[in-house]
Design a protein around this ligand. Structure first.
Ligand code: 5GP
Ligand code: ZN
Length: 134
């Protein structure tokens, strides 16, 4: 998409530090890293969220995530990772082109877990929420 910053990166209109690439996906270092080696993995077609990717493209993206982690593992040897994406504005998404953050983690680095993203479960019990799915 014309005005999309990540499409511009794919089209090489904006420079980036690529750490993994295949036919469907590109992984590059985040410009404002939250950890050493913080990378984002994106599909090479413009899609705003994973709901706009078909299963095949999502599988390709998943493979690219794993291969990017393999590469980070080889080069940086972190002690762990947090991997995930911010989905839409409420989830913290700023760039409207699907991207999966890979944040390498080191013992004692002061970071939190996925559980530190939010602690606001609302007033419904787990049983009440479960009933909505039945
Ligand atoms: P979001 O909040 O949408 O999940 O994260 C977008 C990420 O993209 C941010 O971590 C931000 O630092 C990164 N980012 C935004 N623009 C650029 C850019 O031009 N180059 C690179 N390498 N990263 C970018
Ligand atoms: Zn795009």
């Amino acid at each position: 998409m014309k005005d999309c910053i990540f499409c511009k990166i794919i089209n090489k209109e904006i420079p980036n530090h690529t750490i993994y690439e295949d036919n469907h996906s590109l992984a590059f270092l985040d410009i404002f890293p939250h950890a050493k080696g913080h990378a984002v993995v994106i599909p090479k077609i413009h899609a705003e969220t994973i709901f706009d990717l078909n299963e095949e493209l999502f599988k390709e993206l998943s493979v690219a995530i794993k291969k990017t982690m393999n590469r980070i593992e080889e080069v940086l040897h972190p002690d762990g990772y947090n991997v995930g994406w911010n989905h839409e504005k409420a989830g913290g998404q700023v760039v409207p082109h699907v991207h999966v953050h890979i944040m390498p983690r080191w013992e004692g680095d002061g970071g939190g877990s996925q559980h530190s993203v939010i602690k606001n479960p609302g007033s419904m019990t787990v049983d009440e929420v479960a009933k909505l799915f039945s």
